[in-house]
Write a protein that binds this ligand. Structure first.
Ligand code: ZN
Length: 324
């Protein structure tokens, strides 16, 4: 099976009450970990590449690695551009064989966001085969590669804007802001409450009222959540037990994401959790085997941890297992 776009995947996910995991990849081990996990869970999957990943690994390496994963697993896989900042990077990816792109002009004025998104949609949809386009309304706080929004400068999606935006742009899916955030420090301590028993931070709940109003206005239309790592405590603890120093890292609770996946959310983006799992595996390995110097040994442990994490996400959070 060649790379696919998101249309059929999202239709099935919407009807089936689950979401597809969109995992960011930067190197071979991450691509292998994600796709081997998806294979073992019999799950469709989206591999996404940011501008930062393109700089780090070069677009051609990422594309060929993802093609290798398709050949190796036989899974339906989408190759998606994460946070395309302008028409040019989207065009470059479409021309280069991506099957889906995100144009993110969410920090620009409404009319400008519409104009650029529409231009990308016209180009992507005229491409053969059809390339799907994700757009964004509302902005998330946090840092993701080159996307940086200060806490306090984020804005929730206004449900009253979504029908006009989707109609005028022709986008295939829409990322909305309901309180998720990029990075491993999603919320400032003052936004959270502290669990008196464990001392851990508890984040503010997601705005499900916005999600429900958006899906009421756009029936059947696939919604995307960015910044949806949960910063699983077990990995933070491993990192900190082996020389790391992640203080008050906090993510979106998994049960809230599971709830969103049962509603209109068809794509959930996970990046920071992969980074944490990879780091936990490598730190633990170095600490336990100070005599090792073969990268296959420690990066291999990182890969093992990422794979376990992706399997957990697919079966316990996304619900996309056994959907092929
Ligand atoms: Zn994002």
């Amino acid at each position: 099976m060649p790379l696919v776009n998101t249309i059929e995947m999202f239709e099935k996910a919407y009807k089936g009450g689950y979401a597809i995991g969109a995992f960011n990849c930067n190197n071979m081990e991450i691509v292998q970990a994600i796709t081997e996990a998806a294979k073992e869970c019999n799950s469709p999957v989206i591999l996404q590449v940011s501008a930062g990943a393109r700089k780090y690994a070069k677009p051609v390496y990422l594309k060929k690695m993802v093609e290798a994963a398709v050949e190796d697993t036989g899974l339906p896989i989408v190759l998606h551009l994460d946070h395309g900042a302008d028409f040019e990077i989207c065009k470059d990816c479409i021309d280069g064989g991506f099957t889906s792109v995100m144009i993110d002009c969410s920090s620009r004025p409404f009319e400008e966001n519409i104009a650029i998104t529409r231009k990308v949609c016209e180009y992507a949809h005229a491409h053969k085969p059809y390339v799907t386009v994700e757009a964004e309304l509302g902005t998330l706080a946090g840092i993701e590669d080159e996307v940086k929004v200060e806490h306090g400068a984020e804005s929730y999606t206004k449900p009253e804007d979504v029908e006009e935006f989707v109609k005028r742009t022709g986008c295939d899916s829409l990322a909305i802001a309901i309180g998720t955030s990029h990075g491993a420090y999603k919320f400032k301590p003052e936004q959270c409450t502290r669990d008196p028993k464990t001392g851990k931070l508890l984040p503010p709940p997601l705005r499900f009222d916005i999600l429900e109003e958006v899906s009421r206005r756009l029936p059947g239309f696939p919604i995307v959540l960015h910044g949806s790592s949960s910063v699983n405590q077990e990995y933070v603890d491993i990192i900190n037990a082996h020389g790391g120093k992640l203080v008050d890292a906090v993510g979106v609770p998994e049960e809230q994401l599971r709830h969103a996946a049962r509603l209109a959310v068809c794509k959930i983006n996970i990046d920071s959790d992969l980074r944490l799992a990879m780091t936990a595996g490598i730190r633990e390995h170095f600490d336990e085997h100070p005599e090792h110097f073969d990268p296959r040994q420690y990066v291999g442990d990182g890969r093992k941890y990422v794979k376990e994490l992706v399997k957990h996400k697919i079966t316990e959070v996304l619900g996309s297992n056994d959907k092929i």
